[in-house]
Ligand binder design. Sequence first.
Ligand SMILES: *Cc1c(COP(=O)(O)O)cnc(C)c1O
Length: 381
Amino acid sequence: MLMDHLSQLPGRSTRVIVNLAQLRRNFDLFLKEKPAGLKFLSVVKDNGYGHGMVQIAMEALKKGASYLGVVTVDEALELREAGITAPILLFGERTAEEMGICFEKNLTCSINSKEAFTLAKKLSSQRNQKLTIHLKINTGMNRYGLDWSECLEVVNAAACCDTLFLEGIYSHFAMSDELDKSFAQLQIERFQSVLNQITNQGIHIPLRHICNSGGYLDLPQAHFDMVRIGILPLGVYPSSVCRRVPGLAPVMELHSRIAALREIQPGEFVGYGLRYQAQTPRKIAVLPIGYGDGFPRVRNEGSAIVRSHRAPVVGGIAMDAMMVDVTDIPGISVGDEVVLVGKSNGEEISIHDLAALRKSVSYDAMTSIRSRIPRVYSSET
Ligand SMILES: *Cc1c(COP(=O)(O)O)cnc(C)c1O
């Protein structure tokens, strides 16, 4: 999301702070331990997991990303409009109309089926223009892709088609970041058997890839030519059990400021549905963020950090506001900085904590922070 219009407006006190210095450090840590020669594709779909697609893409390219990965044509066009000329791989399925745009904007298409291959071949000969494709192989996730056991016909046809450039072949793990790697291992074997058959036929495909962040971390035997990393450079691990990279830290913080303060007496309530009732005199701070901004719609659960102290949520989260109890925190005033995700002295609220409130995963928590909240880019080290 481009922020040009916001730079002219007074900033909203609730904001996502994207620490570009930390992002660069994370890329450096990754580059330092990455096997030499292993290429990487930076996955920046869904607004760069909520961090800002163009900004993350630019940093990834500066750090040597060979490719960018997105899902919708709109996302790819936004990257092109930002002046990015790097190769872009589109995941997912394309309509004929969308495939037409891929020719115009030099976007690499995933080919998931025989039908998609036939369409790509037809369009490329009609237009007399070459299209770069990556064949997607289904090795067990059963989402997109040509089945591993019956994909050779299409692989051969694609390799022979002179209007298509068969640059890549890939698959995707259903379970790469958990302790049990047996299914991932099965997927690797299936993918490898496809690759072996291709090689035996004398076909060379330069970019073979299967790893996401979890696979990159824990399945080095499956790195092949390129890895597709999304969450890792953002400083968040795909799971609690995958390998750690020392020094890696989150790039995203969510901050706000106290918009109002009030003192309430015992017996008084807070918020819709009267979900909280004070037992003793309480001091309540109102924060200008709610579920309309993507904060989980919880009740009397979760907390904020104010002046390095925990302030528990009281009552329910409203569309545009939430209330926290600041009774025991000294020196509170309106305008005080509030951390909803991030660190403040010894206290920390992680994106995983926010995900737990949603009963979901970090990926969902990050991408759920709406565009209504401005992204502010900081390069502080
Ligand atoms: C989102 C996605 C990735 C990135 O996954 P991370 O776990 O964020 O690294 C890789 N490949 C495909 C096909 C994806 O859709």
